[in-house]
Design a protein around this ligand. Sequence first.
Ligand code: G6P
Length: 587
Amino acid sequence: MSKMCGIMGYVGNGNGIHATLVGLKRLEYRGYDSVGVGYKKGGDLVIKKCVGRVEDICRRLIPSEDHSTIVISHTRWGTHGKITDENAHPHADCQGKIAIVHNGIIENFQDIKEFLSKRGHQFKSETDSEVISHLIEEYLKTENSFEEACKKAFSMLKGSFAILALASGEDKIVGIRKDSPLVVGIKENESFIASDIYALLPFTKEFIFLQNYDFITVGKGVVKIENLKEGKVERPVEVIDINLEYDGKEKYHHFMIKEIMEQSEVIDRILEKNNGKIEVFSKEISSAKKVFLVGAGSSYHACLYGSYLLTKAGIDSKPIVASEFKHFEKLIDKDSLVIAVSQSGETADVIEAIRIAKKRGAKIFSIVNVYGSTVMRESNDYILMNVGFEVGVAATKTFTSQLIIFLLIYKSIMGEGFDGRELQSKILDLLGRSRREFMEKVVDYLKEKDHVFLIGRGLSFISAEEAALKIKEVSYIHAEAFPGGELKHGTLALIENGTPCIVFVDRENKDEILSNAHEVKTRGGFIIGISPERDEVFDIWIKIPEANEELTIMQVIPIQILAYLLALKKGYNPDYPRNLAKSVTVK
Ligand code: G6P
């Protein structure tokens, strides 16, 4: 069983249960199928865990008066095996005196389990993680201290892990990271540890970003770090001051719609911080012998967009889905520039691609949203999207900001000016209330449908790909995108009376794509046209402003809104779609 989860710990004078639950809520984007908290109460270790969200554990299991100064906690996203109370974290040892939370995968857990079973350990869950608490228990028999037992246990593990452990007799939390993130937050008399700074921002502005094999012992306001490979190490304390003013949902019912609406501000936010960097990237891209773009999900679609623009600028570039990157390894060498695109900066497939490329001698540039993330840290240079946290699982404002960054790079390479105000007013137009009201019509048509096809050519095909992903992610309607000319090579067989087809029309490909729309309509298809101009083939027309290279932004925003409204109509929570997580930290 592998997981990709959020973890948080607290040691201090205050109520750590309350603090970790606040942090966990902010980590739910990493997974939210089950949740758990482990804490010391008197001399005992208490573990509360259940299937569900943070509010479920609060309501069902944790009495509001419960108080503890040493706490570990976890929010989980299971990829294999069942989502059950037993499989939720924390996991205890046989005697219930040690508890651990884990993010990552223990690849050799079967061997460890066998070793431990022979020594009489009994397991309660099906998880790989549970071996960790039992391994610590086992080594406590021979080692002098809890820290030494943890060290020995951690050094046996293969795979990726961020782990926190506590024991009933200890007044500290012990932890380690390898290929899964862990950040320490510092305050007088209090220490916090979490998967990312987002969880910790309500508590502190001072952070230590841990590196692979950093082993930490955390007490009240005291943090000891030792690297299991390098010995004693000093890690800098970084001050990160992020405005939390726009942090909540504000007047919106969901983060997704709040983040969609924030797209009118992304241009200012990008320009505010990154002007110089755009020039650096442009120069480097123009002079590189080979350019590769790598990303996953929506960020991969942004790579397609970037590559399209670079091709237009006469620069050869190859977009590669991060999880497939290793198959292209031979193409990468010291003359290569790899541009990694990632909102979270923690997507495991992207990190792996970066590491492969680095080994081959390539230079790594990245476009990331989360400051301090692994992708940012492992890159030679980076551009920050600077658009604030994105909580909704479906990428919206960060996708648009990735596109704008590529657009700025393209304009800089071409020596063309960029009219930010004009683009902003077009985006504002697309976000207007009347547009959203109009979209209800489309929602009514699509809500009962099982399938929707999307077609476009050139840049519009990239829009179709991203739009299909938005619809699938939050409304669970099967949505599939094709280049307009490709439909007739097979998929046309699926068109029946009333099958919806969203057609993205642009100036350059107008005649051909409209003719593809006719091919669908002739077979009974229902055509939803996204276009600056009306056409008789459209059954519903979604009007968008005229656009050049910013076309994809114009075409995708209406579908973000459509996907959001569809999710609501079907009774789903668009912020937390089933089976998904925002940051996929497993391969
Ligand atoms: C997950 C999310 C997607 C996202 C992708 C890449 O699958 O659900 O919305 O596009 O990861 O994430 P990244 O953080 O690397 O952009």
